[in-house]
Write a protein that binds this ligand. Sequence first.
Ligand SMILES: Nc1ncnc2c1ncn2[C@@H]1O[C@H](COP(=O)(O)OP(=O)(O)OP(=O)(O)O)[C@@H](O)[C@H]1O
Ligand SMILES: [Mg+2]
Length: 388
Amino acid sequence: MTQRSSPAAGLSELLETRRVILVVGVGGVGKTTTTAALGLAAARRGKRVLCLTIDPARRLAQSLGIEEMKTEAQTIDPALFEAAGVPVRGSMTVMMLDTKGTFDGLIAQLSPTPEKREQILNNVLYKYISTSLAGTQEYMAMEKLYAVKGDPSYDIVLLDTPPTPNALEFLDAPERLVGAIDSAATRWMVQAVQSSGKFSLNVLAKSAAAIVRGIGKVSGSGFLEQMAGFIGEINAVFGGWKKRADEVSAALRGPDVAYVLVTTPDPLAVREVMFFADRLREQQMRRDAFVVNRVHPSYGQLPGAGEVEEAVARSGLGLGPDAAGRLRRAAEDESRLGRMDALHLMGLEAALEDEATGGSLLAHVPAFPFDIHDLSRLAKIAEVLAPG
Ligand SMILES: Nc1ncnc2c1ncn2[C@@H]1O[C@H](COP(=O)(O)OP(=O)(O)OP(=O)(O)O)[C@@H](O)[C@H]1O
Ligand SMILES: [Mg+2]
C-alpha cells in the first residue's frame, strides 16, 4: 500500500508534525531556497521557526531583507513580511552555522579541565581538524542541530545541509569524524606514546603514512610531535565525545526529525537522491519527503501557428516581426524541456509508487524564469511546497 500524496499536496503535513527538518541534496539543486521557503510556510502557519544555513547564503539574506547572515540568531522584522504581502503569524529567525565556534564549544564542554581545553584548542592539529578536515562541517551542523533541537524558543528548526558531493557523507559525518580520530593507527599511537613515555620516531615512521591518510595532510614542522600531543590531549575528551556523537546520531534519527530530499529533474541529481533514499531505508529511517525543484511544465497540445499569430495581433503589444514564430519556438523549447523532465523523473516516481518507499511526500516546484531574491518570490515557492 502506498500512502504517497500527489505532488500538489506538498509537504504541509511535515510542518505540523516535526520539530526538525533536514534539507539534503547535491550542490545547487535548491536546498537553501527550499529550507527558507519551508521555513516561511511554517512561520505563516504560526510556528516560531529557526532556519540554520551553512553558508552566507547572500541571496537568501537579500530575500529576507537582512544585510547578511550571521552566526548569531537574527529574527526577521515582521513588517517586512507584511510589506511583501505575506504576513506571518509566527516568526522567522535565521542563523549561519559556525563550524569552528561549535567545535570549540564542544571541546570546552567535554574537557575535564580548563588546561586541557586550552591545550587542545591551541594544538595545530585541532585547528586543522576543526576547520579543514572533511566531514567536520557536516558533523558540526548535526551537533548544532542537536543543541538547538531542545531550545524552547523555537517550534521548528530547519537545517540547510552542506552541499556534500555525496549526500551520504552528511548522514555518516559523526561516525566518520570520530572514526578518523579513533582509527586503529591513532589508538596504536596513543599506546606507543603512553608505554614509552616519549616518541620513538623509528617505530612511528611505519604507521605515519596510514595516520596521515586517516586524518588528512598537515604540513609544517613538528607534525609528529603535534600529532602525539593532540592525541594524548584529545584522549581525555574522547570518551565523552564519542558518546556525544552517538547521541547526536541517535537524536537525528528520531521520529520528530524529517528528511527532505531535494533534487532537480537532472538525471544525475535524481540518481543521487534515489541512492540517498535507499541508504535511509537501509538505516530504517523514513524518507519523509522529496522535492523536485526546477521542473518545466508539461504542456499538452500547443496552439497552432495561426492561433498564435492572431493572439499576437490581438494583444496590440507591438512585439515586432516574427513575434508569433519566436513565441511558438520558445513554447516548443519549453515543452520539450517539460517532456524531458517528465522522462527523467519516471524512475523516481516509480520508486515512490513502490511499496517499499510508500509514505513519502512529494512536491514539484516549477522552474521560475527568475532568481528567488525577494520575499514574494520565496512565498510563491512556499505555497507550492506547502499549500494552504
Ligand atoms: N524553482 C526555482 N526557479 C528558479 N530559480 C530557482 C529555483 N530554485 C532555486 N532557484 C535559484 O537557483 C539558485 C540556487 O538555489 P539554492 O541556492 O537554493 O541552491 P543550493 O542547493 O542551496 O545550492 P548550494 O549547494 O550551492 O548551496 C539560486 O539563485 C535560487 O534563487
Ligand atoms: Mg545552499
